[in-house]
Design a protein around this ligand. Structure first.
Ligand SMILES: [Zn+2]
Length: 677
């Protein structure tokens, strides 16, 4: 009996991980696709005129077996991959792409949706149902449903090929990231790291059969957090070089040809769909609407960010000179000297904060605590429930009155089988139509401490945890009728907004006081340290805004090329795109270079990496709203929950924002926050 064949009988329909074996996935995918196509065929076989109930409702009900297996499999292939998941993911990618096309390009189905869309004003539908018709019509149209048959065939080929090459890109990236981990022979080379970090590096070496040596594993972005700590300049240089070498050093994991092919295929596909570029096709169905709107915004921010970064660079050089360093600041020195200047100017030592950020306290007394104050929800660990890996912990979430909300699963530690970065995904999405419970997951990449040591987070890791938990709340608080709209199923350039808002509570006095306690002594973080952190909040924003904007512009540049443009050299293309934006300062490298830019080339954020700063406008404006209205209160939380989190994708997001805020968002709070005035 295949465990995917029926709905799980575990609490909250948690997938029965203990029963799922490798041989269950492939048949469940194949049966799931076949089942959904049969369901679609049944809709189209009807001789009755299309109605909402005989077309949209069964469409939304279709594919439940496929959803069950896909949620579990893609969670595993991201979080705990191995040769089996890699091979199956590569095999499935073109099949799933073809499956999606079989639905979106089905002429009979599109005729029914188009007929409903045409008469939508006369159908007496609730607003969410009417919006469902509009969304399906728009998405099918943009996906090519209206094309002639021979163009549809070409479109299918593009989609299939793209799914294969983007999957290969991601596989190469993980392999090269593991392969390029920095191996050090001598403990003295790790000078500056904490004893816990050093023993973790020793254990990582042992795991790789390199007893007696030290391994520093790479993180997804260009900059590694240890660059702020390592005192040996040569080691810093090697660590940054290893990070930047990913996918661009020749050999079997080189991603350059894939980058060129992906960009070209996306441009050609966009032309087929009637757009000038992939970016035009993508933004047409986002709140941004056009690549020009994105370019205008990024272009407005870039000069100020680059100027601020140059001022910061001069400060760092002055610090080097004052020490008699006798060298010019290089990219691998930036974080290290930034820490020195931060200490000198604000007396803030970010390494000294770690003892106050013990993981369990941050999670329970910080993240959960803030959610409890804002929304009344509580979290109880369910050690009786198992997830996909022994490191993944399951919590039951309940409303203030005790009624169930869903499950929250968190998998904290990094491992070679986990892809880089941090993310939220779902193993079950709310909808009243299907009655499915909510199961949301957060994956982080916190290095595992040496045995017996506490997990002490960096400042940035705490930000990340609050951020990812904001996505989790978006999923947990979904309150929609149709599965299509649940939780985070919103426009990509809107989806980061709730998660960014949740970051606000990390330093909120009431929350910080509750969780930031010294792991050994229990003493609260000293108030003057808190004040100094706040005072230094725009410090180094020139750098972080510039490295982000560089990546966002690069993503746009790759996806604004036309189908006839010929690009043959990845590095040269990058260099000219960054120079054109004035973001080519060699000491401020882009957050991701093309060959390890998974957001854009493995997909998900292609032509959409701008989304983070785009939604930060709403985030900063929301921060101001909370501050103006009494801050962290149940009343404020409930308003945010009911008007923005709960509605998911079931309404036009900027209209939902107006409903919450009473007006459109202003850009000024973002400019203030990032020091870009
Ligand atoms: Zn996010």
């Amino acid at each position: 009996m295949n465990p995917f064949a029926s709905t799980s009988t575990l609490p909250f329909e948690l997938p029965p991980f203990a029963l799922i074996a490798e041989e269950h996935y492939r048949p469940a995918f194949l049966d799931g696709m076949a089942e959904q196509l049969a369901e679609i065929a049944a809709i189209c076989a009807s001789t009755d005129a299309p109605t909402f109930d005989n077309t949209m409702v069964p469409l939304e009900r279709s594919g439940q077996l496929l959803t069950r297996v896909a949620e579990v499999f893609f969670n595993r292939s991201s979080s705990d991959s191995d040769d089996f998941t890699n091979a199956l993911a590569e095999e499935l990618a073109p099949l799933l792409a073809a499956h999606a096309d079989a639905i979106r390009l089905d002429p009979a189905l599109f005729r029914r949706i188009a007929a409903l869309h045409e008469r939508r004003g006369l159908l007496d539908l609730e607003s969410e149902a009417r919006y469902l018709v509009e969304r399906y019509f728009t998405e099918f149209t943009l996906a090519g449903a209206g094309l002639a048959d021979d163009d549809k065939a070409r479109l299918r080929d593009y989609n299939k090929r793209l799914s294969t090459v983007t999957t290969r890109f991601e596989k190469n990236l993980l392999a090269d990231t593991n392969d390029l981990a920095l191996v050090l022979d001598d403990a003295s080379e790790l000078d500056g790291l904490t004893p816990g970090q050093t023993s973790a590096a020793a254990e990582a070496a042992t795991e790789r059969g390199l007893d007696g040596r030290y391994v520093i594993t790479l993180v997804l972005p260009t900059s590694h957090p240890y660059l702020a700590q390592l005192t040996n300049r040569g080691v810093r240089e090697r660590l940054l070089a290893a990070s930047r070498a990913r996918g661009i050093r020749g050999g079997q994991f080189d991603n350059r040809d894939l980058v060129l092919e992906i960009a070209r295929l996306r441009a050609e596909r966009a032309r087929l769909l009637g757009f000038d570029s992939h970016a035009a096709g993508v933004t047409a169905d986002q709140t941004a609407k056009t690549p020009q709107a994105v370019a205008d915004m990024l272009g407005r921010l870039a000069p100020a960010a680059a100027r601020n970064a140059r001022a910061e660079q001069a400060d760092l050089q002055a610090q080097i000179d004052a020490e008699g360093g006798g060298f010019e600041l290089a990219a691998w020195d930036w974080a290290f000297y930034t820490e020195k200047v931060r200490r000198a100017r604000y007396n803030v030592d970010t390494a000294a904060m770690r003892p106050y950020f013990e993981f369990e306290r941050v999670l329970q007394d910080g993240v959960f605590y803030a959610a409890n104050l804002l929304y009344g929800v509580t979290f109880t660990e369910r050690t009786d429930l198992v997830a996909w890996h022994p490191g993944a912990r399951v919590f039951e979430v309940a409303e203030a009155d005790g009624s169930p909300v869903g499950l929250y699963i968190i998998d904290v530690y990094t491992r070679d089988s986990k892809r880089g970065g941090a993310w939220m995904n779902a193993l079950g999405s709310q909808s009243t139509l299907l009655g499915t419970p909510r199961i949301v997951c957060n994956n982080l990449n916190v290095p595992r401490p040496a045995a017996g040591e506490p997990t002490l987070l960096s400042f940035d890791e705490v930000v990340t945890l609050f951020h990812e938990f904001g996505h989790a709340l978006h999923g947990l608080f979904a309150r929609v009728t149709f599965p299509k709209f649940a939780g985070t199923n919103v426009y990509r350039d809107f989806v980061e907004f709730p998660s960014q808002v949740n970051e606000m509570w990390m330093l909120w006095p009431e929350v910080l006081a509750n969780y930031a306690r010294h792991h050994a002594t229990g003493d609260p973080m000293p108030q003057d340290l808190v004040d100094r952190i706040q005072a230094s909040s725009t410090f180094n924003e020139g750098f972080s805004t510039s490295e982000y904007l560089a990546a966002a512009l690069l993503d746009q540049a790759w996806h604004r090329i036309g189908a006839d443009d010929v690009v043959t050299d990845v590095a040269a293309f990058e260099a000219s795109a960054l120079a054109a934006a004035g973001l080519d300062n060699p000491v401020v490298p882009t957050r991701y270079a093309s060959t390890y830019f998974a957001h854009t080339f493995a997909g998900g954020y292609d032509a959409g990496y701008y989304s983070y700063i785009w939604s930060e406008v709403l985030d900063a404006d929301t921060g101001e709203w909370f501050a103006e209205n009494g801050g962290l209160t149940r009343a404020n939380g409930d308003r945010f929950r009911s008007r923005l989190l709960g509605v998911g994708g079931s309404t036009e997001p900027l209209a939902a924002y107006r409903d919450f805020r009473g007006r459109d968002a202003s850009m000024q709070p973002l400019l203030d926050r990032r020091g870009l005035n």
